[in-house]
Design a protein around this ligand. Structure first.
Ligand code: S3P
Length: 750
């Protein structure tokens, strides 16, 4: 596709003659911006109010003041109708006979269905040269005198073309708005009207209504004297133009009525909660709203979950060398954090969690439970209080549950949602959308669950509620704690016993924590089992620091001469300590100090000092116990003397990225040769790591592993696509700097 901005610079303005019909705030501001940016060669304005047109000329908003619509649009290749939405049909009928043959006609109205109906009634069809538009910008001021060339800068403009709209004209219109500084989006007409009814029209209606209600009270306007800032902020939009808003409500009638009904029902629920003293319900609604509003504020400042994941580009820049010294505590264990929210929500009573990982993955789980009606306070510096609703107390969410980057969340949710009375849909980001879900959907179907996946067993997952599940005896084809946990969670809802046998031991947090919540899970060799129909009881949880996050520093200290680092309160569950076992076998100096048990999980402080590492054949039984730590273990292998061979690790290919290939590619960028095999890798230690740029492919652990590599690289290392480090280790950069790693962060994009 031709770049419209290119044509702007290489072949002059986008349009020769732009006619703006209606010189109010929006029409005037557009004319002014277009003139200032040279987006049209000539800008002509027309308005019923002659004074406004003259004023526009004086203010330099337009090049020419037309006396009639006919003269204004004669030979215009762009006509912008910027009149109130209710006047649209009359104006369109008036301009119809005078339009040039190659014209592009657009508007700036707040409702699009009404504009398209007016177009159809005047032209008998929706011509391909009519492209509706709506700049989401405005002010309580109106009229040409308030026109500002920067009114649209950093604002959104929604265009609602039809499937048959002229694509070249659409591109030019996008370039025009882009040239005014706006971000241009396109969407169907009906969707636009629904979205605006909810996000703009309803709030205006409520503001008008509230101010009117209070103004009509007996003690009349006196009441406003006592109104504080909250009232002022909340009702600011009630000062908007009444005529314009009366137009908008009548024009977007159906969509507005639907959203008013929805709001009325929710308001009635709150009223009832107050009347009946249902504080729990109030807390639930308010904390869910607060979380949503906080999320929205972050989104506006460009840091939200979705924004971070999809738009913000984060690059790590590392200077070679550095040291590793100090005493740190890495954030809470991701696996335990997910499960603490899940089991807390499904239990009776209150669960208080300390040390919760405030990373994007576990926050996605937390939000999903809020979406299903669970009241969750926090997180606040790792503290979360969950008001459990019991195994059968979840409510249907209003839309799909978005789980971001988290495979653990999606697979565990699949199990616990298969047994609910309502339908759910689970979605995630680009990486999650590529990950295999058949491994959970297939055995769940054997239990009686009804689950649809996209092609190849990929997300989204659509889970049908109201099914009767029956216990299953399942021998897993792969060593996966996620699959095991998924089936045990489904087993809570199943008739009879669910038994899951693993080909090799995998992390056992689900079993330990269920027992901790008073739900008995048995173990018979390689088989974990439970019976459906019991209940969970909430209680306190202390989440240890995540050994998977500590692993980056275990390797960092091991490979850096002079290093001496203590990592506090690290979870050393025997099913997670593969990384310690492997590093020790390579010759690492790791001392496990102050071993203790906290809430059913073994915890210790780890002291690690530099040591000369040697290459090893990694024992296959350690692979599931170190499954998330291989990216950084590969860096240890490069720094070791001799050959390291990994086999039996094909699971690494279906993690957040294909971790075998992506690590091999990244190492190659640094000049390190490796031999990739189907289920592992062979690394010759002692190769020099040069400077280079590594693509982490959005995989948090790849990004952190190469950050560690810089300690021993001969040149600087740049790592791209690092935003997802926030999924598991939000303060990684700070802690890395604290110990002496020379890391800088560069961010770009929205
Ligand atoms: C996890 C299990 C592992 C691990 C993941 C967390 C869990 O996945 O890689 O980061 O919390 O159960 P698999 O079970 O797919 O190996």
């Amino acid at each position: 596709m031709a770049d419209p901005m290119q044509s702007l610079t290489s072949s002059g303005p986008l349009f020769q003659r732009m006619a703006v019909i209606g010189l109010g705030l929006i029409g005037g501001s557009l004319a002014k911006a277009v003139r200032e940016q040279g987006l049209a060669a000539w800008v002509v304005g027309v308005d019923q109010r002659q004074g406004e047109v003259q004023r526009g000329l004086e203010l330099g908003v337009i090049d020419e003041a037309a006396e009639s619509v006919a003269t204004a649009i004669k030979d215009a290749d762009l006509v912008v109708v910027a009149v109130p939405v209710r006047a649209m049909e009359t104006v369109l009928a008036e301009i119809r006979p005078h339009l040039a043959s190659d014209v592009l006609l657009t508007d700036v109205g707040s409702t699009k269905g009404s504009f398209v109906s007016a177009v159809q009634s005047v032209f008998g069809r929706w011509p391909d040269w009519v492209i509706p538009g709506h700049p989401i910008a405005g002010s309580e001021k109106s009229g040409i005198s308030a026109a500002r060339a920067d009114l649209f800068a950093k604002h959104k403009v929604i265009l609602t073309p039809s499937e048959t709209s002229d694509s070249a004209k659409l591109e030019r219109l996008k370039a025009l708005w882009g040239g005014c500084g706006a971000t241009v989006l396109t969407m169907p007409v009906a969707h636009h009207d629904e979205v605006l009814a909810a996000t703009s029209h309803l709030p205006h209606l409520i503001a008008f209504s509230l101010v009117d209600t209070l103004a009509g009270e007996d003690d009349n306007l006196e009441i406003f004297r006592y109104a504080a800032g909250g009232f002022r902020d909340f009702t600011r939009i009630a000062a908007s133009d009444p005529v314009m808003w009366h137009d908008i409500f009548l024009s977007n009638r159906d969509a507005v009525l639907r959203v008013i009904d929805h709001f009325n029902a929710d308001l009635a629920t709150l009223r009832n909660a107050i009347e009946t003293g249902d504080g729990k319900r109030l807390l639930q609604v308010f904390s869910r709203a607060k979380a949503a509003r906080d999320h929205f504020s972050k989104m506006l400042s460009g840091q939200a979950y979705v924004t971070t994941m999809s738009q913000k580009q984060v690059t790590f820049k590392l200077q070679s060398g550095g040291e590793v010294r100090g005493d740190i505590r890495v954030p809470g264990d991701k696996s335990i954090s997910h499960r603490s929210i899940m089991l807390g929500a499904l239990s009776k009573g209150v669960t208080e969690v300390e040390g919760f990982l405030e990373g994007e993955d576990s926050l996605a789980t937390l939000q999903a439970f809020r979406d299903m009606g669970v009241t969750i306070e926090g997180p606040d510096k790792g503290f979360v209080r969950i008001h459990g609703v019991g195994l059968h107390g979840l409510q249907a969410p209003r839309g799909p549950l978005y789980l971001g980057n988290s495979g653990t969340a999606m697979r565990l949710f699949a199990g616990l949602l298969a047994g609910q009375a309502f339908d759910t849909e689970l979605t995630g980001d680009e990486s999650l959308t590529k990950r295999p879900m058949g491994r959970v959907a297939d055995p769940l179907r054997k239990m009686g669950a009804v689950i649809e996946t996209a092609e190849g067993g990929r997300p989204p997952l659509r889970i049908k509620g109201g099914q009767t599940l029956k216990g299953l005896n399942y021998v897993m084809p792969m060593a996966s704690a996620q699959v095991k946990s998924c089936l045990l969670l489904a087993g809570l809802y199943a008739d009879g016993e669910t038994r899951v046998t693993e080909p090799a031991p995998t992390r056992d947090h689900t079993e330990r924590m269920l027992n901790g919540f008073g739900y008995s899970v048995g173990r018979d060799g390689a088989t974990a089992y439970l019976k459906g129909g019991g209940h969970l009881t909430g209680g306190p949880i202390d989440v240890p620091a995540d050994i998977s996050s500590a692993a980056f520093f275990l390797v960092a200290a091991s490979i850096t001469p002079g290093a001496d680092l203590t990592l506090r309160h690290v979870g050393i569950n025997p099913t997670r300590v593969g990384v310690i076992n492997i590093l020790k076998q390579m010759g690492a100096d790791i001392v496990v100090e102050s071993e203790r048990e906290v809430g059913g999980e073994p915890v210790a402080d780890l002291r690690v000092r530099h040591a000369k590492l040697k290459g090893i054949q990694i024992p296959e039984d350690q692979v599931p116990l170190a499954i998330d730590e291989f990216p950084v273990l590969f860096i240890a292998a490069v720094c070791a003397e001799g050959e390291t061979v990994l086999t039996g690790a094909e699971e690494l290919r279906v993690k957040e990225s294909d971790r075998i290939q992506v690590m091999a590619d990244g190492l190659a960028q640094l000049g390190v040769k490796t031999t990739v095999t189907q289920d592992g890798i062979v690394i010759q230690g002692g190769q020099a790591m040069q400077s280079g740029t590594v693509n982490s492919h959005g995989d948090h652990r790849i990004a952190m592993a190469f950050s560690v590599a810089s300690l021993r690289s001969e040149g600087d290392v740049v790592i791209t696509d690092c935003a997802n480090v926030a999924t598991s280790f939000p303060n990684f950069v700070d802690l890395a700097r604290t110990v002496g790693i020379r890391i800088q962060v560069e961010e770009s994009g929205a």
